[in-house]
Design a protein around this ligand. Structure first.
Ligand SMILES: [Zn+2]
Length: 359
């Protein structure tokens, strides 16, 4: 049995209320969250917070760090977009090495779990599994058939992957996206799809497929958002990526107003690093949201969307937590802890991170 205490200012519960005290971790699980006015003999002392959940990535792009950013279709649209041409030319071991570097970067920047849209069929899934071997970041693998019409690959892939994550319905021949969604649902996998990134033309088609997870919704109308809320679908927004690719910004405030659970993702590694501190800071600068909303997008909302028992400091949850140094040059003197974390915390403030975050 391994047990330890972390103490200080705890961002506790699903609303991230500040509690001065300690948490007790036993065998990788938070077993106690305790208010304690006096000093506690703990293993690390500072701002105790849940680790991040990065709810949408394409780590395969890690082989391509700095392309010139032109229009998004010529960069990422399958099958002729730049990333797909580069991926076809990349040797398997180079792909694995590049993905592993990105997942190590996630661990170093306080992310405990991510959901990856893994291109390349079964071989792509196997590459990601090799890349994360032994690392303390949990992957939700959302695979896709390769080539797209190879829908028979869905079943075998779901033996290894958690679900299927596909491009826009506009990128598929008639009936193919429907067949992929049907097979995924039949086998109980997560079905995720991009929608509303370039324009709104694929949003209603995506909703017809009864997805568990919608990515982007950059161009969603109020009616679209009402339909998403009615179907209780989690949404992942990728704001920094959207701004970089020039498609505009998602209507995040309207999503919250509609009652949608909104998570955040860093999207393609070729546009954006996997650093969720940076994404959080970006979200807080761009949108009129509370600190709780922004912090929740980067932690608990992603965990809820992916069915993970983490993203908040609650007894019984996985101990996917880290401690920030409240005496760092950056954070010293912070009065509103959550606001300081959201607006200005960064990787250099990490004092301690639970080694094995999600088992
Ligand atoms: Zn994407």
């Amino acid at each position: 049995m391994r047990e330890y205490l972390l103490s200080g200012n705890i961002l506790a519960g699903e609303d991230f209320d500040l509690v001065a005290g300690y948490i007790r971790i036993r065998d990788g699980v938070i077993v106690e969250v305790c208010e304690e006015a006096g000093s506690v003999d703990s293993d690390a002392h500072g701002i105790v917070m849940p680790c991040f959940v990065n709810a949408h990535t394409h780590t395969g792009d890690s082989v391509l760090k700095d392309p010139e950013i032109t229009d998004i279709a010529s960069l990422v649209r399958p099958p002729g977009g730049l990333k797909h041409r580069v991926l076809r030319e990349t040797a398997a071991h180079d792909l694995v090495r590049a993905i592993r570097a990105s997942v190590c970067d996630m661990a170093a920047t306080g992310t405990c779990a991510f959901a990856d849209f893994r291109e390349g069929g079964m071989a792509g899934v196997q590459a990601l599994l090799r890349a994360i071997d032994g690392l303390s970041v949990a992957a939700t693998i959302l695979a896709r058939p390769h080539p797209p019409e190879n829908v028979d690959e869905v079943g075998p892939m779901l033996g290894l992957a958690d679900g299927i994550g596909i491009s826009s319905t506009n990128d598929y021949e008639e009936g193919v996206a429907e067949a992929i969604a049907r097979r995924t649902h039949e086998r109980g996998g997560v079905f995720a799809i991009h929608a509303g990134e370039l324009d709104s033309t694929d949003i209603r088609d995506a909703l017809e497929l009864d997805p568990n997870l919608l990515i982007h919704l950059t161009h969603a109308s109020p009616d679209d958002l009402r339909a998403v809320a009615d179907q209780s679908i989690s949404v992942v927004v990728c704001s920094q990526s959207n701004l970089l690719t020039g498609v505009g910004l998602p209507p995040v405030e309207e999503m919250f107003a509609a009652g949608i659970s909104v998570a955040a993702g860093t999207d393609n590694v070729m546009f954006n690093s996997v650093d969720m501190f940076a994404e959080m800071r970006f979200l807080s600068s761009l949108f009129s949201l509370s600190e709780q909303q922004v912090f929740g997008m980067c932690t608990r909302a992603g965990a809820v969307a992916l069915g993970l028992n983490c993203g908040a400091i609650v007894a019984g949850m996985d101990a996917s937590v880290m401690v920030l140094n409240m005496n760092s040059h950056n954070l010293v003197g912070a009065k509103n802890i959550l606001r300081s974390v959201v607006r200005r915390a960064r990787v250099g403030d990490i004092l301690f991170r639970a080694r094995r975050a999600v088992l």
